[in-house]
Design a protein around this ligand. Structure first.
Ligand code: XUL
Length: 620
């Protein structure tokens, strides 16, 4: 036990596509231990691959069995027990879950949840009758194209839907998924008492007190159902009517199935349930606050300062940027920030029966903090995998060769960043940004004219350079649009740039890529300097940060209104013996070169024009 520090500990969970993970943190936010349960390997009887099952060929269906998620809690408990975690010292828990995916509870669920006990056998057995649908549609599902069309048509188009819900319609978003479910299986829909997101499913499992816990407002924004366009926010009545199939009572019933939404991610919504206490020795005063989506949780794990962003260079490339105002666009997603406290939303104001948990104070009274109340998310499907395909086709499957090819361009000759002679668009999979773009389009410049070509003169060099430049210029172009909108301007000097971007994900170890990103985005690329914060699972770590914040607000006198980032900063300073820089605990991996940055700046409008040409060609 000696390896665990004195004082309170905090737990973050992450129910992702492939695994259920847990991170244990100290009060100073140091990562102490992690365990995880891999669905394919450790629950092989469900037959999943990559955590999911596929529907018939061409159906686009991707889903996981709800009981594999349920059973993963038994296995997670086995691992926590085996690792000897001092669970009685854990003072608060929160969680992250894959975004958009939904769980359907039966009418018996509350009673079964309230009766969960470690002495009654496996969870899957105890909750056998708790679900009205035995699958969880996964975020990779694309079976709802028709429903997406209905969503956009219902409100007057994609741009209008983005203005209401923060995103145009997407197949993986929960609203089109629920509509699909109701049409395909009306009886099961009818038998559904409550609909959770994966995040609120985990909150419900953690408390297991007979109450299906509310969806977190940040995660609600990934549903195409949550109306962010008014100061009150709330479920969109026209969209509820579309999904429910009629106005009046059916829409009202759907409202009840979705329930009230938690606008304060640091509110205490319950305590860990009896099952956790009996099974793992949790104390009965261990607090639970709402779980959120995996991307919002990752954002929290970086506790960004103003004018900072976060990029995850993984299978897909994802950029997250906190923003003070709701400025929707068809080109990206807008979400409510997972660790802000705005005025209560309409569902909370209307909620007739206050949840039982409201008896636990969490300092919500008149605590409204508004800076950076939202965050924007850009998701590109053609990220690392597309770069890898180019590497395999043109650079002998070697990152070294790929990097050398990139370095021979603008890094060797800064002037070439303002005047590349070739450019390409590599939408190998149907893209999210720009929506539905598909195909590969190559262009060569002679003088001031760009012409489309079938192949480059030097494929080895030119493809590697083009894909890196083009992917990063897409970031630049879209981020420019986000930051240049007058309300989002980060400083009064009208300096709309980012100061720095925190890099994560596999490709963030590629310094050639990071240097080019620093030049194109004209800001520093950084990583945490504290080794102890590296290597952890960002989603469960971010969730544990939130648990730490919620605990401090609920239990420490005078701290009810401490902002999330301040709480994180102070905890990190304490970890560094009061000497550390707290939030600024990062190391710079690449700084922008002035000449190259200027070059990319002057080139971006030409790149925009080329993208328009490529899109026209791809039929968009
Ligand atoms: C985001 C998205 C994925 C999932 C992964 O919109 O669909 O990143 O959240 O779990």
């Amino acid at each position: 036990m000696a390896k665990y520090p004195d004082g309170p500990l905090f737990l973050g969970l992450d129910l992702s596509t492939q695994a259920n993970k847990a991170s244990l943190l100290s009060a100073t936010l140091e990562l102490l231990a992690e365990v995880s349960v891999n669905f394919d390997k450790e629950l092989p009887h469900y037959g999943t691959k990559g955590g999911v099952l596929l529907g018939p060929e061409g159906s686009g269906q991707v889903y996981s069995p709800v009981f594999s998620a349920v059973e993963s809690f038994d296995r997670l408990a086995d691992k926590i027990e085996k690792a000897g975690w001092p669970t009685q010292k854990i003072k608060a828990v929160s969680a992250a879950g894959q975004q958009h995916a939904s769980v359907y509870w039966s009418k018996q669920a509350p009673e079964l949840l309230a009766g969960l006990s470690a002495s009654k056998g496996p969870l899957a057995k105890q909750l056998e009758q708790a679900f009205s649908r035995t699958i969880i549609p996964n975020w990779q599902d694309s079976s709802t194209t028709q429903e997406c069309r209905e969503f956009e048509a219902h409100v007057g188009g994609a741009a209008k839907l983005a203005k209401i819900t923060g995103s145009r319609a997407y197949e993986r978003f929960t609203g089109p998924q629920i509509l699909h479910f109701r049409k395909k299986d009306p009886r099961a829909y009818e038998n559904t008492a409550r609909i959770s997101l994966v995040s609120s499913f985990v909150t419900t499992m953690l408390c297991a007190d007979g109450e299906v816990k509310g969806i977190d407002e940040s995660d609600a924004c990934g549903m195409n159902l949550w109306d962010l366009s008014t100061p009150q926010r709330g479920w969109s009545q026209p969209l509820l009517e579309l999904v429910a199939g009629s106005t009046g009572e059916a829409a009202q019933q759907l409202y009840q199935k979705l329930g009230a939404v938690e606008s304060d991610g640091g509110r205490i919504v319950g305590r860990v349930g009896k099952w956790w206490q009996e099974r793992l020795g949790f104390s009965d005063d261990c607090l639970v606050c709402p779980a959120t989506g995996d991307n919002p949780a990752t954002l929290m794990s970086f506790a960004l300062s103003p004018r900072e962003a976060l990029v995850s260079l993984g299978t897909s490339d994802t950029l997250l940027i906190p923003a003070p105002r709701f400025k929707p666009s068809e080109a990206f997603h807008v979400f409510y920030h997972p660790a802000r406290v705005a005025a209560p939303n309409a569902t909370e104001a209307q909620s007739s029966s206050q949840p039982k948990s409201s008896t636990i104070t969490s300092g919500r009274e008149d605590y409204i903090d508004t800076p950076n109340c939202y965050f924007n998310m850009l998701v590109y499907k053609n990220g690392s995998l597309a770069r890898e395909t180019i590497r395999d086709q043109h650079n002998d499957q070697s990152w070294e060769n790929f990097d050398e090819a990139v370095q021979a361009g603008w890094l060797a000759d800064p002037a070439s960043s303002s005047s590349p002679t070739q450019m390409g668009f590599y939408w190998l999979k149907e893209e999210i940004i720009p929506p539905k773009a598909r195909g590969t389009y190559l262009y060569k410049r002679t003088g001031s004219q760009w012409e489309e070509v079938d192949e480059f003169a030097e494929p080895g060099r030119h493809h590697a350079q083009s894909i890196v430049a083009s992917q990063l210029l897409s970031f630049k172009s879209r981020v420019g649009a986000i930051l240049n909108s007058s309300d989002n301007a980060p400083s009064s000097e009208n300096d709309a740039g980012l100061l720095r971007i925190h890099a994560s994900g596999g490709a963030s170890s590629n310094l050639t890529l990071l240097q080019t990103m620093a030049d194109v985005m004209n800001c520093a690329m950084v990583k945490p300097s504290n080794e102890k914060e590296q290597g952890g699972n960002a989603c469960s770590v971010g969730a544990a940060f939130k648990a730490r914040w919620a605990w401090e607000r609920a239990t420490v006198t005078g701290r009810q209104k401490v902002p999330f980032e301040v709480c994180v900063q102070e905890a990190r300073q304490a970890a560094a013996g009061g000497k550390g820089e707290g939030m600024a605990g990062f190391k710079v991996l690449a700084s922008p070169d002035t000449a190259r940055a200027r070059g990319w700046d002057s080139f971006v409008s030409q790149w925009n024009e080329l993208e328009r040409r490529a899109l026209t060609k791809s039929g968009q």
